[in-house]
Each structure stands twice: as structure tokens, then as C-alpha cells.
Design a protein around this ligand. Sequence first.
Ligand code: 5RP
Length: 272
Amino acid sequence: MIPQTFSAIPQSNIAAKKPEALKPLAAIESSKRLAAYTAVDHHIKPEHRIIGIGSGSTVPYVVDRIVQQGVEANKDRVFVPTGFQSKQLIVNAGLTLGDVDEYLSIDVTIDGADEVDRNLNCIKGGGACHLREKVIAEAAETFIVVADYRKNAESLGTNYPPGVPIEVVPFAYVKILNTLRKTFGSPNAALRMAVKKAGPVVTDNGNFVIDAPFEPGQLQDPATQIKLLTGVVEVGLFCNMAKAAYFGNEDGTVTIHRADGTVEQIAAGAQE
Ligand SMILES: O=C(CO)[C@H](O)[C@H](O)COP(=O)(O)O
């Protein structure tokens, strides 16, 4: 049971504590919020009962908007997290927590992404949560991606330099790293190191993450092959899964890419 008093600090609050970083971050933060609020308004409807909550710095705005729908709207809903962070968000918002092993089918999952291409294929796992994120996305009737404008790319491998996050069992990482560099054409593949801990990032599942950069156009086939390597737990490529991606823009509009190929740019309504 997560202590109710502990509160994960949202990225928006962190930004507010660093005045020097406020200016460049402000546009990005408001883009994240635009995307998240619009996606919730479009996809979280009164009839939706089981809702998947993704991970990252855009998702707190998803939870904010869901909370704004009110106590009545949320009283019979259950929220399924994609990791430690989203579990905290759900609990701290006073929403009801559930798990994917209790609810085989999820009505809607909303999650962030590190990069999204024109066909709604995504790189995910910048927060090292992609194993659980993929399970929760696959379980959902509707999977929606929310992101700021920087994530909107023509093809994967364009805007996200670290590359594809690959969760691996710790004892196999050297072997997998070597295979990615030598056989899969990713010479700069690297073990992800922690920032405020000595040593590697350890996922919520106790595994390591390798980040493997690939050239645009090189990605689809390697993904399937990488998944087959012994010791690989999950690859952070989400292909043909999202029904729509919402990108918040600097000018206050939201660009919506849908799986049917339609693209719409809308002026977001009053969302404060
Ligand atoms: O895949 C993820 C975590 O594993 C996140 O959804 C992704 O990194 C996007 O995060 P942010 O909203 O902070 O840009």
C-alpha cells in the first residue's frame, strides 16, 4: 500500500521552482496540458469505467482533467496504473486503484510518448515503464497518446536521440548490448544510467534498460528481431496500437492524428 501522504512532485511543480528554466519550459508544459486536457475531453466519457493511466510528465495533466470531471463521474471508475509514478498519481488524486490482472479489458488508456510517427507508431520507455505501458495499452479498447509538439515526427528515429528503450534482464545486458551494436546496426546502444543513484536505471520490474538509437526507416524490422533476443523483456516500440495522438502546440492549438489517417488541428477551448 502506497503511503497517502507521499506525493510525487509533478514536472510542472519542478519547473516552477527553477525560475531560470521557466521560460523555455512554460511553452512545453502548456503544450502537454493542452494535449492531455483535449484527449480527456474527447475520450474519457461518462460510460467509461476502467481507465488506464500512463507514465511520464504529460500524464499528470490527464489525471488533473479526469479529476475535474467531478466526484460523481469518477465514483464508479477504476484506474489502472502503468507503474509506480502513475499509481501515486491515482492514489494522490483520490481515485480508485485497480490492476490489469483484475480487469482484463480496459475502456480507454491514455499515455505519453517519446516520439510518434505519421502512422501513430510510438517510441515509449523514456521513463522506463514501457513493459507495463504496453500491457495496459494492449488491454485497452482505445489507446490514446498525448504529447507536446516535440514528439510529433515524420518517422521514428528523427526527434528522440536516445533511441529505442529495451528492457532486459540484468544478467543478459552485456550480451544484448553487444548484439545490438554488432548485429543490429546500433553502434551507440548504451545501458541507461541512473541520475541520482550510482549505477544503472532499474525498472519497476527489477530489470535494466538499454537505449538503442536507429536511423529513421531502420526501425520496424529490428524491433521484431530484438524482441526475440534471449533476455529481452520488452521493446519500447508501440506499432499499430494508438487510435489517436494528441499533440499540444506552442500556439495553443492541438494537432490530432488519427489511426484512419485524418489529421485535425483545433483551437483548444477554455481549459484552465
Ligand atoms: O514512455 C514513457 C515512460 O516510460 C513516457 O510516456 C514517455 O517517456 C513520455 O514522457 P513525457 O510525457 O514526460 O514526455
